[in-house]
Design a protein around this ligand. Structure first.
Ligand code: BGC
Length: 730
């Protein structure tokens, strides 16, 4: 499709706002309304033989454009673990590692590379809008979508999402950040009311969005299913208009999560611009609300303006995607690099790793379907497995789309067993499925090294029952470790898990959901062809009793006091059935103390702290210097004191003056440093003023508290050998 040339608003020298206004002047009311909603649930489920929906790559993510005015269709796709709506038309897409892997790399440049790869694949398939990057905070580690998010710190999550989306925007796509906001658990997501203070919200969950939007210029924000302090996320004037549009200065549009629009007038006037994928609220009802004056013509034009100006600003009008075959090999490279940089070495007793390929004689590979593939996360971000799922699901599951959506365990065809065999051609490598701990232990006993692959399924639409490894895998690991002191556990999990066996195994590698090149990446790390460098983007607690919410809160059973709510858009909500129950509240009383800030403030020991990760060498820190200006410039020296090359992710934390009432430490910056054996390098981290500020509810503004700060530098949130005072005056 060639770019339209013949409209007055085709003039690229005009601003996106001016171009949008010119189009609006030509539009009828029906055309305006058409841009504000999806096809409707009935149309989605009906076969399409004619009409605009036949142009849709995926009807679930489609809004027809206005050809007579040169306004393109919006073709949207999820893109958290790769392009997931590609499967709608049977197209191949690279299955990337989960977002948690990307976050563990702490590498903004890698995030940019990921964004470029995703953006190119979207264009290759004809999509012009990404449904983005998920950056909800990990307040509830049992959240089934932890794997789609980027950890528990707003600076880390916001910065990485910012780079990913900046790269996609540079390829002329509309980009999106989600799920706005405080959608920090998934069970009961459409009936849960997240109760949280303004200050906690602004400094944590919303701060992540603020950073991502500032850094990327993303054109869309997806509002979430849940209520926030009593009002649905998609009709919440505080979050959508006061904060997002006014305070953040966001000029793009707000799109509802799928089926999350609960009203017409309230939602439109609160700041929602597009209902997806239905039309129950923003189709005919919105037209009527405009005609009756409940939604003003000015607000209607603002909604349309936001969409059109984003279309011009992103480049989707001037440079529409030209479908072509994807560069599969490049996708592999990015997937592998992400899996390698994102894996976190959690334990390595007696330098058990890396394995020596030329001397190891026998290896037992156990469990996790490691003979055929690696597991991935479920739900809307699920990338169709190339070549099909090598671990066929039970028939009963596959037949029901709603349960399948959550419960299907999909593996990608990248078998760790093969990667290990290739690295150690002289060794005897045997596989045991791990279903019978005794048989696995027998194989481990007769092998020099045992590698257990332990997998955890997690998905959108549900939370984990607990943080324990499912399916008797703890017992499997215990049995194998008892049989072989050289036992290494490779975890493929959505987030943090408990490890009752941690003292009994020699090594632990957290590989997250490692994607289509998981096998190569894991083998490279285990055999030392690549050194591990990832650091945890979230805390691994010792026990669920230590969590801010030891008991997970879900929807109560319906009864006279807790009736089932009446929700708008009933047919569509079948798809969200997993979220329906009586309304309930989750009190985020931990407030500012998200993740490590909680464990630090409560002085709780943890299994592995935020920011933690080992490698095959060691580092020392020295020479901290700080110069203050508007914020602070922090410099220090890191030395590689071991015998192998390594990459250190050096982290900078700040303690604010006591009067600020903040948790003990907050991450304010970091840098990645590559070091040869014996090499030292000086690193400099700039800490912007906003990283040191607090949100003052009384004045509704940010303030830099006066007084004494302590800047700390080191290898994790709990290993900060350098510290220096810093003062700011009133
Ligand atoms: C998810 C969103 C996703 C949308 C479209 C919803 O179920 O919550 O993250 O973008 O579906 O697939």
């Amino acid at each position: 499709m060639a770019a339209p040339k013949h409209f007055p608003w085709s003039d690229k020298s005009l601003s996106p706002d001016a171009r949008a206004d010119m189009v609006i002047k030509e539009m009828t009311l029906d055309e305006k309304i058409q841009l504000l909603h999806g096809p409707g649930w009935q149309a989605i489920f009906a076969p399409q033989e004619s009409g605009p929906l036949t142009r849709a790559i995926a009807v679930l993510g489609f809004i027809p454009g206005i050809p007579r005015l040169g306004i393109p269709d919006l073709q949207m796709t999820d893109s958290n673990q790769g392009i997931s709506m590609a499967g709608a038309k049977g197209r191949y897409a690279t299955a990337l590692p989960s977002d948690e892997a990307m976050a563990s790399a702490w590498d903004p440049q890698l995030s940019y590379e990921i964004g470029t790869m995703l953006g190119q694949e979207m264009r290759d398939m004809g999509f012009n809008m990404s449904l983005g990057s998920g950056i909800n905070m990990i307040r509830e580690p049992r959240n089934g979508r932890t794997f789609e998010y980027k950890g528990e710190d707003p600076l880390l999550a916001g910065t990485l999402a910012g780079q990913e989306l900046k790269a996609e925007k540079a390829l002329h796509l509309i980009t999106d950040v989600k799920h706005y906001a405080v959608n920090d658990q998934d069970s009961g997501r459409i009936v849960v009311n997240s109760i949280i203070s303004k200050r906690a919200m602004r400094e944590s969950d919303l701060f992540a969005f603020q950073i991502a939007l500032q850094d990327s210029g993303a054109g869309a924000v997806m509002c979430s299913y849940n209520k926030i302090n009593g009002t649905y996320g998609c009709e919440n004037a505080y979050t959508l208009t006061d904060v997002l549009k006014k305070d953040f200065g966001f000029k793009g549009f707000v799109v509802s999560d799928w089926g999350a629009t609960q009203s017409t007038t309230k939602a439109a006037n609160a700041g929602l611009d597009i209902e997806m994928p239905g039309n129950d609220s923003f189709g005919e009802p919105l037209k009527k609300a405009v005609e009756s004056g409940e939604v003003s013509p000015a607000r209607l034009d603002d909604m349309v303006h936001r969409i059109l100006r984003t279309e011009f600003d992103s480049g989707i009008v001037d440079d529409p995607p030209q479908p072509q075959s994807p560069n599969v090999m490049h996708g592999f490279e990015v997937a592998q690099k992400t899996a390698e940089e994102g894996a976190v070495l959690l334990k390595n007793a007696h330098d058990q790793l890396p394995l020596n390929a030329s001397s190891v004689r026998s290896i037992a590979v156990i469990g996790g379907h490691a003979d055929v593939g690696v597991i991935s996360g479920g739900g809307s971000s699920q990338v169709s497995p190339a070549g099909g799922n090598p671990v066929p699901p039970p028939q009963s599951l596959a037949k029901n789309p709603f349960t399948a959506f959550m419960l299907l365990e999909v593996y990608h065809r990248s078998a760790p067993l093969k990667g290990i065999e290739q690295k150690a051609p002289k060794a005897t490598v045997k596989f045991d499925p791990g279903t019978d701990p005794a048989s696995a232990a027998a194989l481990a006993r007769s092998s020099e090294v045992a590698i257990v692959f332990a997998v955890q399924h997690a998905s959108e639409g549900m939370d984990l029952e607990n943080l324990s490894m499912p399916n008797n895998q703890d017992a499997l690991i215990e049995a194998v470790a008892a049989a072989n002191p050289h036992t290494i556990v490779v975890l493929e999990t959505g987030g943090a898990v408990l490890m009752p066996w941690i003292d009994k195994v020699a090594g632990v590698v957290e590989a997250w959901y490692p994607g289509i090149r998981g096998s190569e990446a894991i083998a490279n790390l285990l055999f030392g062809d690549v050194h591990p460098s990832g650091k945890l983007p979230l805390t691994f607690p010792k026990s669920e009793a230590d969590l801010p919410h030891p008991l997970h809160v879900g929807p109560p059973k319906p009864d006279a006091d807790h009736p089932l709510p009446k929700l708008v858009g009933a047919p569509g909500l079948i798809g969200m059935a997993m979220g329906i129950g009586p309304f309930f509240d989750v009190h985020y009383d931990e407030g500012l103390k998200v993740g490590y800030k909680w464990y630090d403030a409560e002085k709780k020991p943890v299994l592995f702290p935020f920011g933690y990760g080992l490698t095959y060498t060691t580092f020392t820190y020295s020479g901290l210097k700080i110069t203050s200006g508007d914020g602070a410039t922090v410099s220090f020296t890191v030395k590689n004191t071991g015998k192998r090359a390594g990459t250190e992710i050096a982290q900078v934390y700040a303690s604010l003056p006591q009067s600020a009432g903040e948790p003990p430490n907050r991450l304010v910056g970091w840098t990645r440093i590559d070091l040869a054996p014996g090499e030292s390098k000086q690193a400099t981290v700039t800490v912007n003023r906003d990283r040191l500020s607090v949100f003052d509810e009384e004045t509704d503004s940010w303030k830099l508290p006066a007084g004494q700060y302590t800047i700390r530098v080191g290898a994790s949130s709990r290993d900060l050998p350098l510290e220096h005072a810093l003062s700011f005056e009133k």
